[in-house]
Design a protein around this ligand. Structure first.
Ligand SMILES: NC(=O)c1ccc[n+]([C@@H]2O[C@H](COP(=O)([O-])OP(=O)(O)OC[C@H]3O[C@@H](n4cnc5c(N)ncnc54)[C@H](OP(=O)(O)O)[C@@H]3O)[C@@H](O)[C@H]2O)c1
Length: 211
């Protein structure tokens, strides 16, 4: 699969490494331009190439957005419209600046990114610390295999993202749409940062865990 990654920090580079390892065709971008990513590309190797954010958005059959939430209005909207986009972003007001709608919980960061880009958005990889994402992948059936919560409206898009999660060694747990479901795994939500198996995470959801 062609995967475009926007944001080449801790989460973007960790996902790039995983997706290259399992055989995908991956491009990665940041805000400073492809030349600034030469070292990362050399280190990860394989199919990985550095491009602009616009090119990553155009290239990917799936595009992963891994930037500070406060910069989402810089995303290339035309190329992301209708595309399957994985949103890994979290809202941290101390880093991103205050967003009154989010402070009042009138909407969520993912819904705002979806509205801005027109993307077919799936929220995933936002609730796991980048070092666990790097190190805690395990084969299917391993009792220590960790869960990654996901949310979104489109079941086909969620199935694609769930497949990627399984292929890099984790179990996806579907929490529902990005509004209600997304709140369970955004900062402050019960599943945010929770280091659980899929069974334990599903138990929490069945028990009504939200925030
Ligand atoms: N760190 C974690 O453990 C973790 C876990 C889950 C989710 N998250 C969330 O995932 C997102 C990324 O986190 P991170 O820790 O990977 O951040 P990070 O290490 O600070 O990296 C951020 C990346 O975003 C790029 N970027 C910023 N604005 C951009 C733009 N307009 N276009 C393209 N690229 C842009 C930066 O590029 P430049 O350096 O060139 O500006 C940088 O490569 C955040 O929303 C974070 O809250 C983080």
């Amino acid at each position: 699969m062609k995967i475009g990654i926007i944001g080449a920090g801790r989460i973007g580079s960790t996902l790039a490494r995983h997706f290259v390892r399992i055989g995908h065709d991956v491009v990665i971008s940041n805000s400073r331009g492809p030349k600034s990513l030469a070292g990362l590309v050399e280190e990860i190797g394989g199919t990985l190439r550095a491009v602009t954010a616009e090119q990553a958005a155009t290239f990917g059959q799936v595009v992963v957005v891994c930037i500070p939430y406060g910069r989402y209005t810089e995303l290339p909207t035309d190329a992301l419209n209708d595309k399957v986009v994985i949103d890994t972003c979290n809202y941290y007001p101390e880093r991103d600046g205050h967003d009154v709608e989010l402070d009042d919980d009138r909407t969520t960061s993912s819904e705002k990114i979806r509205a801005h880009t027109g993307a077919n958005l799936v929220k995933a990889f936002n609730a796991i610390h980048w070092a666990n994402l790097r190190d805690r992948g395990r084969p299917k059936g391993d009792p220590g295999r960790a869960a990654i919560p996901i949310s979104g409206t489109d079941t086909e898009a969620k199935a694609v993202v769930a497949g990627l999660i399984r292929d890099i060694g984790f179990d996806p747990v579907d929490t529902g749409d990005i509004g209600r479901g997304g709140r369970t795994h955004q900062p402050g939500g019960r599943l945010y940062g929770a280091e659980l198996t899929a069974e334990a995470m599903n138990d929490l959801l069945r028990a009504g865990a939200t925030t």
